[in-house]
Design a protein around this ligand. Structure first.
Ligand SMILES: [Zn+2]
Ligand SMILES: [Zn+2]
Length: 339
């Protein structure tokens, strides 16, 4: 399966030649629902995990006696996909969807019972151009999370577990990882997806550009906005942030977006080196029915069947998770931010 990003709507380096020196590369992962096995890069299950290694658990105190059943979430997704492929959900299907979307209570679960983490993504370096090396020759990156947003001082934070391993050292793989009894939100459960990596050009987030270049781009955007308003074509407006700088969706390497906070320097907690973007996991692959990041292979799919949320993950408020790595020592702890 191939996914191809269309050419950018304007030649941005012709407009702003100074951007050429700042040009970077990022690898869009283009996750799409499929049946990956543990030997390939994927979003969602299954991860390549040694049978004799304990599965990571969340033991941080927070409520885990209320939530949704994983089997219900998966059944509801299948039902919805089938219904829309046919026409739309019938009244009976609507009633079943309401039932499947119900929150459950398991009073026996205490606030510190271990919760099995859920596999978000695994990436083999051989599959993903631009994936930074792991420590000690590790070639497989695995990211898991607790299916509740209830951690840290805010009691709303994510709990991630990031694991590098050498794939050739897994001789006996775990068949079926433990499953949480309940999850805190439906978007905590990724749909298993295969990946179609594609390298594309990228430029730094607008707020991270040198001041004069940023100001020139701002002025250009304002002029474009006035032009679009005059012509009544606001929905075709191209902006540096949305269409030119950073692709939407899951990707590896390149520049982080800081659209919900101001740019925040990420430095390594072990050696103070400026960290680099390792991986972005996003709720959406593109925005809107006609997003400029929609792959060319999907332009002809009927609008109501296009799936801009193929992983079904919800990060924060339909946002994204940026995971950073230390460029000087890959074994130094990762950091992350939600945007
Ligand atoms: Zn937790
Ligand atoms: Zn470091």
């Amino acid at each position: 399966m191939t996914r191809t990003t269309p050419p950018r709507p304007v030649p941005v380096e012709e407009l702003f030649p100074k951007l050429a020196a700042l040009r970077g590369v990022t690898t869009r992962l283009h996750p799409r629902p499929g049946r990956p096995d543990a030997s390939v890069s994927s979003v969602g299950d299954p991860l390549l995990w040694p049978a004799d290694e304990p599965w990571p658990m969340c033991t941080e105190p927070h409520r885990r006696s209320r939530g949704y059943r994983v089997a219900d979430i998966r059944q509801a997704r299948r039902l919805l996909a089938d219904a829309w492929a046919r026409d739309r959900p019938t009244a009976a299907e609507g009633a079943l969807l309401t039932e499947l979307g119900r929150r459950h209570r398991v009073p026996d679960l205490t606030d510190t019972d271990p919760i099995p983490l859920i596999g978000l993504v695994q990436l083999y370096r051989r599959d993903i151009p631009g994936l930074m090396p792991g420590p000690d020759g590790c070639d497989l990156l695995q990211v898991l999370w607790c299916p509740y947003e209830a951690h840290g001082p805010s009691r709303q934070g994510l709990a991630l577990h990031i694991r590098w391993r050498r794939a050739d050292q897994v001789t006996a793989a775990l068949d079926a990882p433990p499953q949480p009894v309940l999850v805190g939100f439906e978007g905590a459960v990724p749909e298993p997806c295969v990946l179609c990596p594609e390298q594309v050009v990228t430029y730094p987030y607008a707020g991270s550009l040198p001041t004069r270049l940023g100001a020139r781009i701002d002025a250009w955007e304002e002029a474009e906005e006035r032009k679009a308003e005059r012509n009544g074509r606001e929905d075709e407006l191209v902006t540096y942030h949305h269409d030119l700088a950073i692709p939407q969706g899951c990707r590896v390497g390149g520049f982080p977006s800081w659209h919900t906070t101001d740019p925040h320097p990420m430095t390594c907690e072990a050696c103070a080196a400026p960290m680099e973007l390792l991986l972005t996991v996003a709720s959406r692959e593109w925005d809107g029915a006609d997003g400029s990041w929609m792959p060319v292979e999907e332009r002809d799919i009927a609008e109501h069947l296009r799936d801009l949320t193929p992983t079904k993950l919800t990060i924060g408020r339909d946002g994204l998770l940026n995971i950073f790595a230390c460029p000087t020592a890959p074994g130094h702890p990762h950091r992350w931010s939600v945007q």
